[in-house]
Design a protein around this ligand. Structure first.
Ligand code: NAD
Length: 493
């Protein structure tokens, strides 16, 4: 192994961290205990700021505020169009502060600035805008039942929502939950991931400026087993929407077993990316590359299992590896950087363990496999060939820049192999034969299937998992189901 070089810091972050305190009932405040925790820049390993650490007693305050705002506050009673207008204003303010928010995201998360500017922040604004448009379109139906009755349904907000999100797309994940929750008239307590609290807090300031009333949006950074668990267990919370690991989702399910809290889960994946021998190889390689290496592989729908037809396997692997070797790693604030740092030491160590395991179990590492710089959590884009289905790198969600390339001979075999996983979040197929593409789309058990593309996620298109990848859908009209209750009203005529 070569000695890694120092990280060339060419574009040192120029962004002030304006907000590090909890947002409760329209005010930013310290935690009741006075405790704080450090948030760390993954590319330098330096502490960025101390953030107020929410605990059970802060969660309780936030839940009380959200309860009051739901039961007697203006949000739910507000003209739905006005609710939508305020959400639109919030989306506008997020766009107006695009550069500041993108820099905060890069600082906190280690992702390249071009990704934060190109996806994270604009997509958060677009998601809020999409759901703002739904605010005055959530309505029931009249239903012709038997007898002298007039029956109709109302769709009512579910109530106080606990929203728990991960660190990989911090502001975007917040918007995926807050968009439908606020449009439906719910109030919310958002618990950002402990690694990445900064953009949510800054966006919380902008929400107040946009006229989202006090108590409607509360933000309590803190740790999972303390703040997260307190939110999940709080009796005044009607719904928990969670994005994160399957194991955490199980803990949440167990903790709510004696309640009827509404639960929705967006969990992990081990998504198959299937490349047939009639695919446009250049496009398939570019697409498969983004599928696994976007966001340093920290993507729930990462195409981490590339199934490549035997006839093109060698050619594919060679070109795939050449592309990976050319990928530009470096200072995430440098606009030329394509690949940033992993989120933290724990993830870095986990990914390096999987790389070692891949080698031990007999897969061939054709490129990457090493730490990239002596400082920061950078890992080279890594590609394994001759991966067998039962190797750990082919079965487990690594959540890092590690591609496993497997072989297949025919369509039935590859559909079976693609489905040989407990997960079912996403899949892709690359072919010029539309019948084959449709057969794979029908046969693969996954919430999203991309044909000749990857990572196309739009606020209007439902997103979610089959099997252990989740419960319910985010985005699209279907997301509103998770934040509304249907009430049936029957009137004797
Ligand atoms: P994680 O489950 O460790 O943490 C997610 C959030 O849950 C964090 O805010 C954490 O503080 C909180 N948490 C942890 N323990 C908790 C508890 N006992 N009670 C309540 N909250 C608790 O997941 P992570 O490592 O932050 O994120 C990576 C995972 O998220 C991967 O599995 C990835 O695939 C998944 N993910 C899924 C999607 C999707 O849309 N399906 C999107 C992004 C990430």
């Amino acid at each position: 192994m070569n000695q890694p070089a120092p990280l060339p810091l060419t574009h040192k972050a120029q962004v002030a961290v304006r907000q590090t305190r909890l947002l409760i009932d329209g005010e930013f405040r310290n935690s009741l205990s006075g405790k704080t925790f450090a948030t760390v820049d993954p590319s330098t390993e330096e502490v960025i700021a101390q953030v107020a650490e929410g605990d059970a007693e802060d969660i309780d305050l936030a839940v009380q505020a959200a309860r009051k705002a739901f039961d007697s506050g203006p949000w739910r009673q507000m003209d739905a169009r006005e609710r939508g207008r305020r959400m639109l204003k919030w989306a506008d303010l997020i766009e107006d502060h695009m550069e500041e928010l993108a820099k905060l995201e890069v600082l906190d998360n280690g992702k390249p600035i071009n990704e934060a500017l190109g996806y994270d922040i604009p997509s958060a604004a677009a998601t809020l805008r999409y759901f703002a448009g739904w605010a005055d379109k959530i309505h029931g139906k009249t239903i012709p039942i038997s007898g002298p009755f007039f029956t109709y349904t109302r769709r009512e907000p579910v109530g106080v929502c606990g929203l728990i999100i991960p660190w990989n797309f911090p502001l975007a994940m917040a918007a995926w939950k807050l968009g439908p929750a606020l449009a439906a008239g719910c109030t919310a307590i958002l618990k950002p991931a402990e690694q990445t609290p900064l953009t949510a807090l800054r966006a919380g300031e902008l929400a107040l400026e946009a006229g989202i009333p006090p108590g409607v949006l509360n933000i309590v950074p803190g740790f999972g087993p303390t703040a997260g668990a307190a939110l999940v267990q709080h009796p005044l919370v009607e719904k928990i929407a969670f994005t994160g690991e399957y194991k955490t989702a199980q803990t949440i399910k167990q903790a709510t077993i004696n309640s009827m809290k509404r639960l929705s889960f967006e969990l992990g994946g081990k998504s198959p990316n299937i490349i047939f021998n009639d695919a446009n190889l250049e496009e398939a390689i570019t697409g498969s590359f983004g599928a696994i290496f976007l966001n340093q592989g920290q993507n729930c729908c990462a195409g981490s299992r590339a199934f490549v037809h035997n006839n093109i396997y060698d050619e594919f692997v060679e070109q795939f590896a050449e592309k990976a070797a050319k990928r530009k790693l470096g200072d995430p604030f440098d606009p030329a950087t394509e690949h940033g740092a992993q989120i933290d030491k724990a993830q870095f160590d986990k990914i390096m363990r999987y790389i070692a395991l891949g080698k031990e179990q007999g897969a061939k590492c054709v490129t990457g496999g090493e730490r990239a710089f002596e400082q920061g959590y950078f890992i080279q884009p890594t590609i394994f060939r001759e991966v067998k289905e039962d190797m750990a790198i082919a079965t487990d969600e690594i959540f890092g820049p590690v591609a496993s390339v497997l072989r297949f001979k025919d369509i039935n075999e590859v559909i079976e192999k693609a489905n040989n996983t407990p997960f079912g979040l996403a899949a892709a197929v690359w072919t010029q034969d539309i019948d084959k593409a449709n057969a794979v789309a029908a046969g693969v058990k996954a919430g999203t299937v991309w044909v000749n593309c990857y990572n196309v996620v739009d606020p209007a298109a439902p997103f979610g998992g089959f099997k252990l990848s989740g419960l319910g859908r985010e985005l699209g009209e279907q997301a509103l189901d998770a934040y509304t209750e249907t009430k049936t009203v029957t009137v004797l005529r």
